[in-house]
Design a protein around this ligand. Structure first.
Ligand code: HEC
Length: 151
């Protein structure tokens, strides 16, 4: 049950399924430097959340989880600035710029979830850390459902 849930979260968020991951931005296909920059940080988050579930939680590596959570929290803070008006891309739904305050709110929920994950990891409580990591995953998914175009 727990394994299934984690697989579902990872699958939905990171697109572990070959069909969706093959169709994300490929190197050299970025619309502009700012799109390249933000995709790099999304990919970093994808790698971080995957490593948390597949490696760090099992190994009890709370220091690595704190590092990953800090990176994601900073990205949550910076994310709205990475989507200036007109920075269209194949992955970004135009609804972002119609509902920018809602997009910002979702970035904030993500940043706050990452901060909560960092705190949970700092406490060394494995159960609380896993729950907090699932909340981060849910915050990725919630934004993607509204604002990311999957190819
Ligand atoms: C507030 C909204 C929001 C949040 C939160 C968010 N994302 Fe995204 N994500 C997007 C948007 C929009 C794109 C498309 C960006 C583009 O293509 O210009 C995207 C793209 C991606 C991509 C694909 C990049 C590519 O083109 O190869 C990955 C991977 C990704 N996100 C992972 C994550 C993970 C993992 C999390 C949480 C840890 C997360 N995202 C949280 C909105 C969000």
């Amino acid at each position: 049950m727990e394994k299934l849930l984690i697989a579902a979260v990872l699958g939905a968020v990171i697109g572990l399924a070959p069909a969706s991951s093959a169709l994300a931005h490929e190197p050299g296909t970025y619309e502009s430097p700012i799109v390249e920059q933000r995709v790099k940080r999304f990919k970093q988050s994808g790698g971080d959340i995957q490593a948390i579930f597949k490696k760090h939680l099992g190994a009890g590596n709370f220091a690595a989880i704190q590092d990953a959570a800090a990176r994601m929290a900073a990205w949550g803070d910076d994310m709205p600035d990475a989507f200036p008006a007109g920075s269209n891309s194949i992955g970004a739904d135009k609804a972002i710029w119609k509902n920018f305050s809602d997009f910002e709110a979702k970035a904030q929920v993500f940043g706050d979830a990452a901060r909560a994950l960092k705190a949970a990891a700092a406490s060394g409580d494995a159960g609380a850390t896993k729950k907090a990591a699932q909340m981060v995953g849910a915050s990725c998914k919630s934004c993607h459902e509204s604002y990311r175009i999957k190819h």
